[in-house]
Design a protein around this ligand. Structure first.
Ligand code: HEM
Length: 538
């Protein structure tokens, strides 16, 4: 009996010790985490750290819920440079044009994009491309892609996109009111959902090629959806947890690679009689500088990367454009009248535009620029710090007269979305006002020219581009990682918007706020736009 009593007591004793440890270890970790942040223990040569209670979680929730609010509030408190903890990563933010320049124009010996993004992108795109290769290889791969982004191809794309828009309106169930015999029927569509469909249809018809387009309503759509499910914030730090979405991602990625490999094989065996204007045609004959041909697997993975990189960015942008013009009837009317002025056949109908004609339309262009200023799809551009990075005093908090050092191992984050709404630069920065881009001699117009044409030019290995790193406006990023799809995105956005405004009248009571829970800035639900078939032709 005594033995068993001792046994029970010992059991209770170990159990309570276990409970105490279970509670004490995290409690101690929290206390230590807070103590470390006390001003007198803080390393004065490091950027200030955003105060947080929980280690690992840090400021993840407030940043994730509303990065704009978080950045503005922290700038107020700590200045333009500060560090916060994001899922265990120490991320140093540098705001303003100097911050943009420091990170986007950072030297390869100091900052590196592959280590910041590879966890997220490599399981989705596949190996040997983009952030799974050293930077100089990525620069060569961007050069290959540029071969497919020619004026000749863009000219062909306008007509293809026009046809896709027409077909979409005629067949998609959300647009049944467009096809009603009575012209005056109003319907409604979910702006983001419908534009995601139209974006992938137009991208597959143009860049991706006819084989992808023909499978769009079949196997390809499911593969795309499963792959897309691999883009989650958790995968930035732990991409290989065997969660159902990751297992589906892996399976879809393999199937997608095989799908493209098969197309390449078939095209070789039976070359097409017609010219192919797509990216597969451009990539298949490329060679690296050392003479090595690009492998079929690399081509397949580059095609996946282009598909994924262009999809949410373009579809979010076109849906924001539509939401704004649905809200601002005056600008919608001006946009429609611009179409009539340039493309009227004189009998109430409008002819097809050419690529060159679309490019030169000031209202259409300014709507896209202004939308990208207020709603850039990517709010945070990250790099990993690979060697200690000094930050000049002038960049940090003006009250601190010293050089700060961002230590190796931190991540750095540029947020051009903040300089794009900086009240010190933009008049009424939070107002959607496309006219700021067209006013003669306006600052916005000058900034845009610098970002795209007149600023410093650099060749990082994929042709001469505008550097743009110190621009307050950089929705397509800048420097060596500047977006390669910028011109394609413009062709796609311009054609879709021009076609939709010709065919539909749109209205909405208010433009929805940002949703940051998707990996890009998307419109929050409800985001239904009411529409009817356009009634009048001028
Ligand atoms: C990179 C924005 C459309 C392909 C980027 C970056 C931004 C961006 C900000 C730089 C990321 C960084 O520096 O960390 C946009 C926007 C788009 C768009 C706003 C549409 C409105 C596209 C399209 C494609 C594409 C259509 C493909 C056809 C890429 C690729 C990169 C990239 C491959 C990586 C480049 C590198 O790291 O060197 N994009 N993008 N993007 N974009 Fe886009």
């Amino acid at each position: 009996l005594i033995d068993s009593l001792f046994g029970i007591l010992a059991g209770v004793h170990w159990l309570s010790l276990g409970v105490v440890l279970f509670l004490a270890v995290p409690a101690l970790a929290i206390v230590w985490n807070v103590v470390k942040q006390l001003p007198f223990l803080r390393d004065a040569n490091r950027p200030p750290v955003v105060f947080h209670i929980l280690p690992f979680i840090g400021s993840t929730v407030s940043y994730g819920m509303d990065p704009y609010k978080f950045f503005f509030a922290m700038r107020e408190k700590y200045g333009d440079v500060f560090t916060f903890v994001l899922l265990g990563r120490r991320v140093t933010v540098a705001l303003g044009t100097k911050g943009n320049n420091m990170i986007m124009g950072g030297k390869l010996s100091q900052v590196n994009a592959e280590e910041a993004y590879t966890n997220l992108t490599t399981p989705v795109f596949g190996e040997d491309v983009v952030f799974d290769v050293p930077n100089h290889v990525l620069m060569e791969q961007k050069r290959f892609v540029k071969f497919g982004l020619t004026t000749e191809n863009f000219r062909a794309y306008v007509g293809m996109i026009e046809e896709e828009v027409e077909m979409f309106l005629n067949t998609d169930s959300s647009f049944s009111a467009y096809n009603a015999s009575d012209n005056d029927v109003w319907g409604s569509f979910d702006a983001y959902h419908s534009m995601a469909q139209l974006t992938i249809l137009t991208a597959s018809r143009t860049l991706q090629g006819k084989e992808v387009r023909s499978q769009m309503k079949k196997s390809f759509a499911q593969m795309y959806e499963d792959l897309d499910g691999g883009f989650t914030p958790l995968n930035m730090i732990a991409p290989n947890i065997p969660l159902p979405n990751n297992l589906r991602r892996n399976k879809a990625r393999k199937a997608m690679t095989d799908f493209y490999l098969n197309i390449l094989r078939q095209r070789r065996e039976k070359p097409s009689e017609e010219t192919d204007y797509d990216m597969l045609a451009a990539l298949k004959d490329q060679r690296y500088k050392d003479g090595r041909p690009v492998s079929d697997k690399e081509i397949a993975h580059m095609m996946i990367a282009l598909l994924m990189a262009g999809q949410h960015t373009s579809s979010a942008t076109v849906s924001w454009c539509l939401l704004h013009i649905a809200h601002r009837q005056d600008i919608q009317q001006a946009l429609y009248e611009e179409q009539v002025e340039h493309f009227s056949n004189g009998d109430g109908s409008l002819r097809s535009p050419t690529y060159e004609e679309l490019k030169g339309l000031p209202i259409l262009d300014s709507i896209i620029r202004e939308t990208l200023r207020l709603h850039p799809p990517l709010h945070s551009l990250m790099r990993k710090v690979v060697s200690d990075m000094p930050v000049p005093y002038s960049l940090g908090n003006a009250s601190e007269d010293r050089t700060l050092v961002i230590p190796k191992g931190n991540y750095v984050l540029a947020a051009p979305c903040i300089s794009q709404v900086d009240p010190g630069i933009w008049r009424k920065p939070l107002e959607w006002d496309p006219s700021r881009w067209t006013e003669a001699g306006s600052l916005a117009a000058q900034l845009y020219r610098d970002y795209t044409e007149t600023g410093e030019k650099v060749d990082y290995g994929f042709g001469m581009i505008s550097k743009g790193t110190d621009s307050p406006y950089q929705p397509f990023g800048s420097g060596r990682h500047r977006c390669i799809g910028e011109q394609f995105a413009y062709v796609q956005l311009e054609t879709i918007l021009a076609m939709l405004v010709r065919k539909l009248e749109l209205k909405i009571d208010h433009v929805p706020p940002h949703n940051y829970t998707t990996m890009i800035i998307s419109p929050q639900k409800p985001r239904n736009i009411e529409f009817r078939r356009r009634q009048v032709s001028l």
